[in-house]
Design a protein around this ligand. Sequence first.
Ligand code: SF4
Ligand code: SF4
Length: 329
Amino acid sequence: MTGSHFPDLPVRRSFARTLADHGFSLRRARTEILQLNLGKLCNLTCVHCHVNAGPKRKEIITRETIDRILTWLADTEIHTVDLTGGAPEMIPDFRYLLEGLRRIPQIETVIDRCNLTILLEPGHEDTAEFLAAHRIKIVASMPCYEPANVNAQRGEGVFDGSIAGLQLLNRLGYGRRDDLILDLVYNPNGGFLPPDQAELEAEYKRELKEHFDIDFHQLFTITNMPIARFSSWLKRSGKLEDYMETLLEAFNPSSVEGLMCRNTLSIGWEGEVFDCDFNQQLGMQWKNGNPLFLWDIDPGQVVNRPIAVGDHCFGCTAGHGSSCGGALA
Ligand code: SF4
Ligand code: SF4
């Protein structure tokens, strides 16, 4: 189950070889989290986007697929469902899905990965209230506390929209109450590794409080993955080789144990199964002769299954390590 689906990543030693040299064989543990990518529709078109999402994309989950996923989840011990996209809130059946998830007793945590600006778009003005009423945890992208960096990466005006979105969430109690969790995500504005997560979190808290009276719980630092739109940007800027060398040089063996592909199952908008959202964007769908969908999988039988790796995986193991929950090591 090894082999890169991204053969033009310039690395002098493959990820699979690097793992083997360190004595690792990457296999799945018990599945605790289902990360569901609802599709590629988004109100933004960020430079670092690994999904190539945007306002014109048509790929979105249907109600029929949602029903199949809810039925499958009800018979599992999975305690966390993590919704991503695209902008999950733009999916027509987003609220139907959240209500269905909230009816499954063993699911303790439902996460909405939110770009903040969507909360202010016409037609979405009451989305934040809906999220609060259903105690949905929000993980929001906020690549910097300064306008220039955010606008360069995400588009003109996105910084102001993000600040307004955070202030709206704070007014509802998000980031200020223990039952309304608001975490932020930082990713570098270019081809370099994130700084120390705890130090950056302290800086974010100080700056956002002082200038905008914003509160949040935790900051997650995430490394930019060398795939999709970010990889194209690196290539166009002549920086892809240097970036891959940076990732490879910074390989950190202590990040391997906590890699998110070990306890998270990634599901596409049509129900396809992958080891992670990055593998999903590279089309590395699970197969058993035929392509596998969630309803083909027995959650108890995926433990110890080999994880499909490629050279993009160096993005998860560099420096402090990187996952949807931030640094690993
Ligand atoms: S990074 Fe997030 S907010 Fe930006 S285009 Fe991609 S899905 Fe949309
Ligand atoms: S990209 Fe990261 S999370 Fe995905 S399979 Fe590779 S190491 Fe695991």
